[in-house]
Design a protein around this ligand. Structure first.
Ligand SMILES: [Zn+2]
Length: 282
């Protein structure tokens, strides 16, 4: 599943290869890819043809391409890929939507094996599409306001990892980056958000930004080998993870075996020594 740095890499690829070009035709190849476009695939095709793409923007894991006042909104889901390439290359089985351009240059293909991803046209959504207006800014956006987020986190009676994953508080932090940032900041995932000191929350977000920055400079990472970036090159990057997926391996900081706990039907990885578990409340 692509995480925020991978989606940012895709956004940069779209900015380089797609912005400034005018859509010629849109070919829907699978109805599920357009299920969020409630007016149906025919409307999507009619509403997008002939429109010029003027930008490539992102909030959390959503991407949007402004076309006039509207926006072409995309979410990659679990396995989605946006592929730019020679328009004559053969269609692979998982391509769900193909977009060609009036300049007859490279086309854009939305490929998605597991079909959790989707495209839609958001009317009036060029600045911020309505379907994602409730999503909070992510830590890589200029609009991210650390002081405001810190105040909202400290108002929560919830574990800090759960707060980090809450897209209405801060977007774009998934399970992998939450665990890595908490390890770096030496904070246990179950610590109560409202009991953290402001300095600890500052350290935690500095850690979030560091792990994102490292991932971005390495070209994105994911554990899903299905994910390919906008040029069709693999976005799979074997980053040196410190705790995520490393139960039983030594903590790179202190050598204590990393611990895995069940967490919201998934897992939380932490170092029992660097990130001591909070004491249970009496
Ligand atoms: Zn440790």
């Amino acid at each position: 599943m692509p995480e925020l740095p991978e989606v940012e890499i895709v956004r940069r690829g779209l900015e380089r290869h797609i912005v400034g070009r005018t859509i010629d035709t849109v070919q829907p190849l699978h109805p599920r890819a357009l299920r969020r476009h409630l007016a149906g695939p025919d409307d999507f095709v009619a509403a997008t043809a002939g429109r010029k793409i003027t930008g490539a923007l992102r909030r959390g894991k959503y991407l949007w391409l402004p076309v006039g006042d509207d926006a072409l909104l995309a979410h990659l889901g679990m396995s989605g890929q946006l592929l730019v390439g020679d328009p004559c290359r053969p269609l692979t089985p998982h391509v769900r939507v193909r977009i060609t351009f009036t300049d007859s240059g490279p086309d854009l293909r939305f490929s998605d094996q597991r079909t959790f991803g989707h495209l839609s046209l958001a009317p009036g959504g060029a600045v911020l599409p309505a379907p994602i207006a409730h999503i909070a800014p992510d830590p890589l956006e200029p609009a991210f306001d650390l002081a405001a987020v810190r105040a909202r986190i400290r108002a929560r009676r919830t574990g800090i990892k759960r707060a980090l994953l809450d897209q209405s508080l801060v977007s774009g932090i998934g399970n992998i980056y939450a665990d890595e940032a908490l390890w770096r900041a030496q904070i246990h995932w179950a610590r109560e958000a409202q009991l953290l000191r402001p300095a600890q929350i500052n350290r935690l977000f500095a850690s979030v930004q560091q792990v994102f920055a490292e991932s971005l400079s390495a070209g994105g990472t994911t554990f899903d080998s299905l994910y390919v970036n906008v040029n069709g090159q693999s976005g799979y990057f074997e980053r040196s993870l410190n705790v995520y997926g490393r139960a039983g391996f030594p903590c790179p900081r202190c050598g204590t075996p990393v611990r895995r706990d069940p967490f919201m039907n998934r897992s939380a990885f932490s170092c029992p020594r660097c990130q001591p578990r909070p004491r249970a409340r009496p």
